[in-house]
Structures are given as structure tokens and as C-alpha cells.
Design a protein around this ligand. Structure first.
Ligand code: G6P
Ligand code: ZN
Length: 543
């Protein structure tokens, strides 16, 4: 068969965001759009001839077509071998695991994560490097520059690979191996967690509901939780990956997973509830009548890491994104290990993990993970909680309340103003930035501002600097108001307001979060002119 060089012209706007290039499916379906971006990836990679790549996605609409294009382009660029998940399926954490285990050169993840799927939904593509993690900014920026300069792409004209049949086939000189998407990942989980203890827990009648939200975590949860751990069939709901996620918005938070939250509040609720997102890297943990905030979950995992065999020796450090609550910082202090504060985006954890400076990482956006791979990992977090419940014999709510009693409670909430006019959102941020210098030392309501700045991160490993990573207004009691524009949306701009208040006194730990944070929300609005700029009366989503 023949390799063709096809003339093309650049498309505007192919700059990867917080997590890869995400656009509406229709945009990706334009002739040459995907090809240009993939060509830009290959133009950025040097020395990839003869190397192994891993390719897979969350099964959303356009996943299979995109994989066929990528395979034919990889063959045209002299890639030696591609490992592709059967059915085109690989969760983001499983891809990271496969890249590391097989010593691959890199991987291509096809996902728009938690963004809706289907023909009218979103699609996404992201390049991961040989450590199994998202490419750092210098690489994503180089890819972007290459999209602006691309004049032609190379592609083989060979036929489609049967993605459903396991085994090895060839395109040109390149080997394509269709692999079991779950096996390597499941084996890694078995090494990290006490599967015997969790099996005993399920055997004793412990009931759980895992909501796969019609996305890619289903096959992983079914194999591991129902299969290897012996949970009854039906423990995993919405467990088959569908091209449109069955109409679900596969973003595990109390708003989108309302069905699970209602189930967990019912009188006959299971003991434990969990959900994961489109590509299975996010997680939500729910107990009977209590949803655990991701920030608390990170802190609780850190405080109890030693219960899991993979972390028996203890943790060396924690990293959290700047808007994530400081609950983990308190645990780090108690353990005598460092806690790093990074910009939003899992890619910023990569250097710290590679350098062995941290074991655990987490973000407020329902992402938690560890140094076992280089992506956040939804099923991993769920298994950690199962291990913790099995080891402690305590229900989720008791685990959380005991944690607050020991470390204090960081009340936390995120208010999202979605699909706001992009100019209005940037102008709000510009006005806010201009005010920051005047805020320090100023009393506002019952708070006094300690400092206010626009977060800058200097990576302690490679010294790279990321600026404009979010405005934070920090009060003298440690309470915080943080403003950021989302880097993952595909419609207008999304303003995120993060609110945090620390309360040490356990007699004050039962206040509803929105009530506890109401004054900070009002201050945020008055300082930033949120309602005036966005033209909205309130947030579209509160989590
Ligand atoms: C993705 C990234 C995360 C990030 C989240 C929210 O899931 O992998 O690292 O925290 O998006 O990003 P955003 O820019 O929308 O707040
Ligand atoms: Zn995701």
C-alpha cells in the first residue's frame, strides 16, 4: 500500500487547553482537522521512528474513526508498533498504565473527559509522553505552533483495522496490537490494594453502587469490583460505554450524578457510592447521606495511605492544585512531608511525580491519584476508599467526621458560571487583577484580607514558570476566595469561583457548606462584580 502526502492548510484554534484539544465533534469532522493536529504531534516528536505508541479513548462518538486515522498516520510516520485497546477503548488512567508498563514512547488519548458526547457533543485528543502523563506545556505549545505551520500530512491508504479482534495486524511496516484494555490496569490495582480484605468486605454483605455514567469506567469497574472483588452483579450501573454516554453528562459531581446522590440518601441506601467520568480519571465518593468533597478525599487518603499495601511505607509528599482546599496541607504538616501547590491541570504534577517528590496528588475537580501512573485515576480512588473502609471497619461518614475532628474542617464549594460571554469574563478578570494590590490588609465583613495575587507557579524541578493561574484572595484566618476561567470548556467562558473556610471547632462541623460559605460568596461577588460582569443572578452549577 502507499503512503500519501496530502496538502492541507492550518485551522485556527488548535491550541491544547488544560487537558488536550477539545472541540465540538462537528469541528473535528471537518476534512483535515484531526489529520492536521495529528501531523502537528508527529512534527513535534523527534526520533519516534520504530517506537511504540499507545492509542485508545473513552468510546465516545468519533472515537473509532479517529483511531483509524491515527493508525494510518502513525504507519506513515514510521512508528514501529501501536498498542490499541480493544474496541478502541482505553481509559485515560489505563493508557497511562500501558505506556509505562510497556515502555512506550508515548500515547494518544481520545477523550473530552467529562464533556458530553454524541454527534452534537465534544471530542478531544491529547498527547502523553513516555512517563505516561500529559505532555508538558513546552510540548503542547510546540504542537500548537506546528498546527499553525502545517502544510501537508502523511497518511497510509491501507484499510481499516478490526478494532474488535484481539491480536496483531500490520499497516505498512507498523505492527498494530489490539490489547485487552483492562488487564494491565487491573493487575496494577491488585498490587496496590488489599484485594483480600475488600473481598471479605463484600462477602460480609457490604453493598455498593458504582455509577459508570455510560462512559469508559464501566468495563474496569465490572472486571475489578464485580469480578475480582466479588461484589454482586448489578453493583456497577450504567456500566457499558456508549457513544453518547446514554445521554448522561459523565461528570461525577453531586449535580450530574443526582441519581446516585438520591440513592445514597434513601432509607435503603447502599453502604458506599461512587461515580467516574467520561474517561475514568475522575471520581466521586459518596457515603450514606454524605458526598465527600474531592479536597477532603485527598486529605483523607493522605492521612490513611498506609492502610493500602502499595503505600505501606508512607508517602513522601502531596501536591494539590491551587484552587483545591488546604485540607491536604494540614495532613502533610502532621506527617512531616511537603505539600506542593500547583496550577490547575494534572500535567503540572508530572515533574513532581517523576522526581519522586510526591506520592499523592489531587484536585478539587474530582481528580485524585498517585505515583502509580501519571494521570488521575477514578477507579484507583474508589479502590482506595474500599480498602480504607475494609481496614477501618468504619462507614464513610464516620471516616470523614473523624478526619475533621482531628484536622479541622475545610468547608469548600465551587460555583461555576458556565457559557458566559468570553469578553465579559476576561474583562471581569482584568478588573479584578487591577484591584488586587489594594486588597491586602483590608477588612471585609468579618474577614481581613491577608494577601491577594494572581497565582504564579515556579516548577521546583525544571524551573519553568506558569503565570496568570488564578486570582486568590486569602484571608488572615486562611479562608480563601479563588477566581479562574476554566481551560476545558468549549462554549464561551466558564468562570469558576472557589470558596474555602477553615473551622477547627468540631461543634461547628455540621453546618451546610453553602451556609458556612455564604459570607465569602457575597464578598466574592462584591469584590469581582461577578453578577454585573456575567449578567447572571447566580452560578449555573454549585458543587
Ligand atoms: C481536567 C484536567 C484537570 C482539571 C480539570 C478542570 O479534568 O485534567 O486537571 O482540574 O480539567 O479544569 P478547568 O480548567 O475546567 O477548571
Ligand atoms: Zn476525565
Amino acid at each position: 500500500m502507499t503512503i500519501h502526502t496530502i496538502t492541507t492548510a492550518p485551522f485556527a484554534g488548535q491550541r491544547p487547553g488544560t487537558s488536550g484539544l477539545r472541540k465540538k465533534v462537528a469541528e473535528f469532522q471537518q476534512p483535515g482537522y484531526l489529520e492536521n493536529f495529528v501531523q502537528a504531534i508527529f512534527n513535534t516528536l523527534v526520533d519516534c521512528t520504530g517506537q511504540t505508541l499507545v492509542v485508545g479513548g473513552d468510546g465516545r462518538y468519533f472515537n473509532r474513526q479517529a483511531i483509524q486515522v491515527i493508525l494510518r498516520m502513525a504507519a506513515a510516520h514510521g512508528i514501529g508498533k501501536v498498542l490499541v485497546g480493544q474496541g478502541g477503548i482505553l481509559s485515560t488512567p489505563a493508557l497511562s498504565c500501558v505506556v509505562r508498563k510497556h515502555g512506550a514512547f508515548g500515547g494518544i488519548v481520545l477523550s473530552a473527559s467529562h464533556n458530553p458526547g454524541g454527534p452534537h457533543g465534544d471530542f478531544g485528543i491529547k498527547y502523553n509522553t513516555s512517563n505516561g502523563g500529559p505532555a508538558p506545556e513546552r510540548i503542547t505549545e510546540a504542537i500548537y505552533s506546528n498546527t499553525l505551520a502545517v502544510e501537508a500530512y502523511d497518511i497510509s491508504d491501507e484499510g481499516e483495522v478490526d478494532l474488535d479482534r484481539p491480536g496483531i495486524v500490520r499497516i505498512e511496516q507498523m505492527e498494530v496490537e489490539v490489547i485487552d484494555p483492562v488487564a494491565d490496569y487491573a493487575q496494577l490495582m491488585q498490587e496496590l490494594f488489599d484485594f483480600d480484605a475488600i473481598r471479605t468486605l463484600f462477602a460480609s454483605g457490604f453493598r455498593m453502587c458504582f455509577d459508570g455514567m455510560g462512559a469508559v469506567s464501566g468495563p474496569y469497574a465490572r472486571t475489578i469490583i464485580e469480578g475480582m472483588l466479588g461484589a454482586p452483579a448489578g453493583t456497577v450501573i450504567n456500566g457499558i460505554p456508549l457513544e453518547d454516554f446514554g445521554g448522561h453528562h459523565p461528570d461525577p459531581n453531586p449535580v450530574n450524578a443526582a441519581e446516585l446522590i438520591a440513592l445514597m440518601a434513601a432509607t435503603n441506601a447502599p453502604d458506599f457510592g461512587a461515580a467516574s467520568d467520561g474517561d475514568a480519571d475522575r471520581n466521586m465518593i459518596v457515603g450514606r447521606g454524605i458526598a465527600v468533597t474531592p479536597s477532603d478525599s485527598l486529605a483523607i487518603i493522605a492521612a490513611n495511605a498506609r492502610v493500602a499495601p502499595g503505600y505501606r511505607v508512607g508517602i513522601v509528599g502531596i501536591a494539590r492544585s491551587m484552587p483545591t482546599s488546604t485540607a491536604a496541607d494540614r495532613v502533610a504538616l502532621a506527617l512531616g512531608v511537603p505539600c506542593y501547590e500547583t496550577p490547575t491541570g494534572w500535567k503540572y504534577f508530572g515533574n513532581l511525580l517523576d522526581a519522586g517528590m510526591v506520592t499523592l496528588c489531587g484536585e478539587e475537580s474530582y481528580g485524585t491519584g498517585s505515583d502509580h501512573i501519571r494521570e488521575k485515576d477514578g477507579v484507583w480512588a474508589v479502590l482506595f476508599w474500599l480498602n480504607l473502609i475494609a481496614a477501618s471497619g468504619k462507614p464513610v461518614e464516620t471516616i470523614v467526621r473523624d478526619h475533621w475532628a482531628r484536622f479541622g474542617r475545610n468547608y469548600y464549594s465551587r460555583h461555576d458560571y458556565e457559557a458566559v460571554d468570553a469578553l465579559a469574563a476576561t474583562s471581569m478578570m482584568t478588573h479584578l487583577r487591577a484591584k488586587l494590590a489594594s486588597l491586602a490588609g483590608k477588612p471585609i465583613g468579618s474577614y481581613t484580607v491577608d494577601f491577594a495575587d494572581d497565582f504564579i507557579y515556579a516548577d521546583p524541578v525544571d524551573r519553568s514558570v506558569a503565570s496568570h493561574q488564578g486570582v486568590r484572595i486569602v484571608m488572615t484566618d486562611g479562608s480563601r476566595i479563588v477566581f479562574r476561567l476554566s481551560g476545558t470548556g468549549t462554549e464561551g467562558a466558564t468562570v469558576r469561583l472557589y470558596l474555602e473556610r477553615y473551622e477547627v471547632d468540631s461543634s461547628n462541623h455540621a453546618i451546610p457548606a453553602q451556609e458556612a460559605l455564604a459570607e465569602l460568596a457575597a464578598i466574592a461577588d462584591s469584590v469581582a462584580g461577578l453578577r454585573v460582569h456575567t449578567g447572571r443572578d447566580g452560578p449555573t452549577v454549585i458543587t
